[in-house]
Design a protein around this ligand. Structure first.
Ligand SMILES: [Zn+2]
Length: 462
C-alpha cells in the first residue's frame, strides 16, 4: 500500500496536482419532466406542453408534447416528474451574494471559521430553496465559502453551485480592510487581499487564485456599511486597477468591482473590468462607456429597498442601530439604485442580476427580478434573462442559464407564469440542480442520497 502512495505522490509531483486521483461521483438517475410551459431559452417564447429529458445531470433533449420513457429509449422505471400545470425554466442565478457573512462584526472576533462555514451551509440551502441554482459569492469570512463550494459540489450538503472570490482585493483602509478598532486589535485580525501598489496588487490577485478564487472581487470604492470611508471615493490608483485586471485575466478569472462613485467606476472601465457591482452613482456618460466596452452592470436594488429607500424607512428599518456615519451613507442611497437601473436599461448597458444577499435575509433574492420590472423598466422576460442566461454570460459561467440540450439540468418551476406576473418568482415549489431534485411540491427534499463522493481510499490509508 505504501508503495502505491509513494508512486502516486511521485506522479503528482511530476505531472502537477492534476495527477491526483479524481473522485468517483455517481450521476443522479435519469428523469423526464413534463412541463405545461417550458422556457427552454430565456428571451424566446416558452414552449407549451413539452418534455425535458434529463440524463446524467444534464439536459439531453427537449421534445414537444408529453413523451414517455419507452419512446425516449430510457428504462421503464425512469422517474417522470409531473409539472404539467407549471411554468418551468432554468434555475435562477445571483451574481452577488455573501453566504457566510458575519453581519455582526464582533462575531468574527469570537467565532472560528467552522462556525461561518455552517452559517454558509444554512444560507446556501435557503438560497437553493428560493430557486437559485448558481450563485457568485463576492466575499465571505475567511476560507469558509471556498470550502462550502467544494462540499456542495461533492454532494456533502445541499446548495447552489458557487463561484467564489474569497476575500476581496482592497487597498489599506479600503472597504474590505479593518476599521474602527484599536491598532493592536486590527493587527490581530487577518485581512487577506489587502494590497497597495501595482506589484502588491498583482501578488494579491495571484494569492487569491492560489487560495481557490473563481473570480476576483475588487473594492474599487468605499462602501456603505463600513465606518471609515465614503462610498463614492475611488480607492485604488489607475495603475493598481490595471495591474489587478490584467493579472486576473491572465489567470483566466473575471474581475468585478464593488464601485459606488463615478470616479471609481470610470477607472474600472478604463482598466477593462468585466463588471461593476452596485454602480450607484454612474451617470449616462459612464453607462454609455460601459455599454461600448461590453462591461456588465450588476445593480443591487432589493437590499436598498429592504433597508429602506427613504430616510424615514432607514430610521425605522433593520439597520437603525448602525453607527451614525454608516447610517447617513445608507440614507443617501434612497431611490438611486432604481434610477440607475432605469437609466442603464434605457441606454442599453448590459445588466445581470445580483442582490448582495446577506444585507437582507438570504432566500429573498428573487425580489430583485421584481425590482427590474417595477422600477427598472424591464419586461418580465428581460428581467428573467438578467437572472439566467445573461447572468451566466456576465459571470463567464458555462453550462447554466438555459435548458438547451447539453446544459446542466438546473430547473425551477412556478405555479404562475412570471411572464404574466413577475411576482411568481417568489414562490418556487420545484427545484432541481444538476439533475438532483432538491424541492418538490414545495417540500425540501434534502440530499436524498448518500454523499456522492469517495475520495478516501481506506485500504490506501492504512
Ligand atoms: Zn456585497
Amino acid at each position: 500500500m505504501m508503495n502505491r502512495r509513494i508512486l502516486r505522490t511521485a506522479f503528482a509531483c511530476i505531472l502537477g496536482t492534476a495527477a491526483l486521483p479524481l473522485p468517483a461521483i455517481a450521476a443522479p438517475p435519469p428523469s423526464i419532466i413534463h412541463a405545461g410551459q417550458l422556457l427552454e431559452t430565456p428571451g424566446k417564447a416558452p414552449l407549451k406542453n413539452a418534455t425535458l429529458v434529463v440524463v446524467e445531470g444534464k439536459v439531453k433533449d427537449v421534445r414537444p408534447g408529453f413523451v414517455d420513457a419507452a419512446a425516449l429509449g430510457l428504462p421503464a422505471d425512469t422517474k417522470v416528474i409531473d409539472l404539467t400545470r407549471m411554468f418551468v425554466m432554468p434555475g435562477f442565478i445571483d451574481l452577488h451574494v455573501h453566504l457566510s457573512g458575519a453581519g455582526d462584526r464582533g462575531l468574527t472576533l469570537r467565532k472560528p471559521d467552522t462556525y461561518f462555514a455552517l452559517v454558509g451551509a444554512k444560507n446556501a440551502n435557503t438560497t437553493l430553496m428560493a430557486g437559485f441554482t448558481t450563485v457568485r459569492d463576492l466575499g465571505s469570512t475567511g476560507y469558509t465559502v471556498l470550502g462550502l463550494r467544494d462540499a456542495i459540489k461533492d454532494g456533502l450538503v445541499p446548495g447552489p453551485k458557487i463561484l467564489a472570490s474569497g476575500d476581496p482585493i482592497s487597498p489599506t483602509d479600503g472597504h474590505a480592510d479593518n476599521h474602527g478598532y484599536r491598532e493592536e486589535v486590527m493587527a490581530a485580525m487577518i485581512r487577506r487581499g489587502v494590497c497597495d501598489g501595482a506589484d502588491g496588487c498583482r501578488k494579491a490577485v495571484r494569492d487569491a487564485v492560489k487560495r481557490g478564487a473563481d473570480v476576483i472581487k475588487v473594492m474599487a470604492s468605499g462602501g456603505t456599511l463600513d465606518e471609515s470611508d465614503a462610498p463614492t471615493d475611488k480607492q485604488f490608483t489607475d495603475e493598481e486597477l490595471q495591474a489587478i485586471a490584467e493579472t486576473a485575466h491572465s489567470l483566466g478569472r473575471k474581475v468585478t468591482a464593488h464601485a459606488h462613485g463615478k470616479d471609481a467606476i470610470d477607472a474600472c472601465v478604463r482598466a477593462n473590468f468585466d463588471s461593476i457591482e452596485h454602480g450607484m452613482w454612474a451617470d449616462a456618460e459612464t453607462l454609455k462607456a460601459m455599454k461600448a466596452k461590453g462591461i456588465w452592470l450588476v445593480p443591487t436594488v432589493w437590499p436598498i429597498d429592504y433597508v429602506g429607500d427613504t430616510p424615514e424607512k432607514v430610521r425605522n428599518g433593520p439597520l437603525r442601530n448602525l453607527p451614525p456615519v454608516s447610517l447617513a451613507k445608507v440614507m443617501r442611497l434612497g431611490k438611486q439604485p432604481k434610477i440607475l437601473v432605469h437609466m442603464a436599461h434605457q441606454i442599453g448597458t448590459k445588466i445581470a442580476l445580483g442582490t448582495d444577499a446577506g444585507v437582507y435575509p438570504h432566500g429573498q433574492n428573487a425580489h430583485e427580478f421584481i425590482e427590474y420590472v417595477e422600477n427598472g423598466g424591464m419586461t418580465p422576460m428581460e428581467s428573467l434573462v438578467a437572472g439566467t442566461s445573461d447572468a451566466a454570460l456576465a459571470g463567464g459561467i458555462k453550462g447554466v442559464g438555459s435548458l438547451e440540450p447539453g446544459m446542466d439540468a438546473d430547473v425551477v418551476a412556478m405555479a404562475v407564469s412570471p411572464l404574466d406576473d413577475i411576482k411568481a418568482v417568489l414562490d418556487v415549489p420545484f427545484v432541481m440542480r444538476d439533475g438532483i431534485v432538491f424541492k418538490q411540491g414545495g417540500l425540501e427534499q434534502g440530499l436524498q442520497q448518500e454523499a456522492r463522493i469517495d475520495t478516501f481510499d481506506v485500504q490506501d490509508a492504512y
